[in-house]
Design a protein around this ligand. Structure first.
Ligand code: 48F
Length: 259
C-alpha cells in the first residue's frame, strides 16, 4: 500500500531537516556550476560543512551546454588528475587537449560532491549578503520562483564563516558587495573590473591568480574570478574552472583553523 500523504510528509520533513541544518555552516557557495561544485566537493571532502545555493532547477551552470550546445568539453593536461579523481573518462585529442562528455562531468561532480556531504539546494537564489563588522558573514536567500514571478516576498538568511562567489560571468555576489560597500573590493579600482573578450590561453592562465579573497571572507572562483579582476573569458575549455574550484577550496581549508 502507498499513502500519498506519507510520501508528501517524507519529502517535506527530510527537506526541511536538511534545510534547517544548513542555515549555519562553514562555507556557503553561491552557484552550482563547474567551479562551485568542484570547490564544494574538495571542501566537503576535507570534512567541512558546505552549503551550495543554485538558482536554477538544474545544477551544472554552463557544463551541459558544452560549446554551442555540442555537449563535449575540452580540458588540458594540468587538470587531468582532477578529472580522473572525479571518475570522468577522458579521450586524448592531441597533445595537451582531452575531450570529455559534458554530461558525464556534470554527473560525476554531482554524485561526488553530494556523497562527500555537500548540501546542495537548487531553485534558491542568493539576492544579498550579510556583512557583520566589515566581513561577509552569510547570504540572503529567496525562492527563485518568487523572483521569477515578481512576487514581493521577504527573504531568509544563511550564515557561514566564508562565502564563495561561483556565479559565473555575472559575479553576482561580488557585484552586490561592491555596490553595498561603496567599492571596497580588493581590485585595483575597488569595483568589478569586468571580463575581457574571449582568449582561452590567457583566460585560463590568469584564472588561478584571480581565484582569491575579494572582500573580507568573500572569495571568487571560476568565471566570476576573471570577471571581478578583469581576465578574459575562455569558452568551452573547463580545466581552469575545476582547478579554480579546487584552489578556492584549498585557500579556505588552509585558513579556517586560524580564524
Ligand atoms: O556559469 P557557471 O557555469 O559558472 P562557472 O562555474 O563556469 C563557467 C563556465 O560554465 C563557462 C566558461 C567555461 O570556461 O566560461 O561559462 O564559473 O555556473 C554559475 C552558476 O551559478 C548560478 C547559475 O544558475 C549557474 O548555475 N547562479 C548565478 N547567480 C546566482 C546563482 C545567484 N544569485 N544565486 C544562486 N545561484
Amino acid at each position: 500500500m502507498l499513502d500519498d500523504i506519507v510520501i508528501s510528509r517524507a519529502i517535506t520533513e527530510e527537506y526541511f531537516r536538511e534545510f534547517l541544518d544548513s542555515l549555519e555552516s562553514e562555507v556557503i557557495i553561491v552557484g552550482a556550476g563547474p567551479a562551485g561544485l568542484c570547490a564544494a566537493y574538495h571542501l566537503a571532502r576535507s570534512g567541512l560543512k558546505v552549503v551550495v545555493f543554485e538558482r536554477t532547477l538544474r545544477p551544472g551552470g554552463g557544463v551541459p551546454g558544452g560549446g554551442m550546445m555540442f555537449n563535449k568539453i575540452v580540458v588540458q593536461e594540468d587538470s587531468r588528475p582532477l578529472l580522473e579523481d572525479l571518475g570522468v573518462g577522458l579521450k586524448r585529442y592531441e597533445a595537451n587537449y582531452y575531450v570529455a562528455s559534458a554530461l558525464e562531468l556534470l554527473g560525476c561532480l554531482l554524485v561526488r560532491s553530494i556523497k562527500a556531504g555537500v548540501r546542495l539546494f537548487n531553485c534558491i537564489s542568493v539576492e544579498d549578503v550579510l556583512i557583520y563588522d566589515k566581513k561577509v558573514a552569510g547570504v540572503v536567500i529567496n525562492w527563485s520562483a518568487a523572483q521569477l514571478a515578481g512576487l514581493h516576498v521577504d527573504p531568509l538568511t544563511a550564515r557561514s564563516a566564508f562565502v564563495v562567489d561561483a556565479t559565473g560571468h555575472a559575479a553576482e555576489v561580488a557585484e552586490i558587495v561592491s555596490r553595498k560597500s561603496g567599492g571596497k573590493l580588493f581590485t585595483s579600482t575597488g569595483k568589478i573590473i569586468g571580463e575581457k573578450p574571449m582568449w582561452a590561453e590567457v583566460g585560463e592562465k590568469v584564472l588561478l591568480d584571480n581565484t582569491k579573497e575579494v572582500y573580507p571572507h568573500l572569495y571568487v572562483c571560476g568565471m566570476a574570478a576573471n570577471a571581478v579582476f578583469g581576465g578574459p573569458r575562455m569558452g568551452p575549455i573547463f580545466g581552469g574552472m575545476l582547478l579554480s574550484g579546487q584552489k578556492v577550496a584549498n585557500l579556505i581549508i588552509n585558513r579556517l583553523p586560524k580564524d
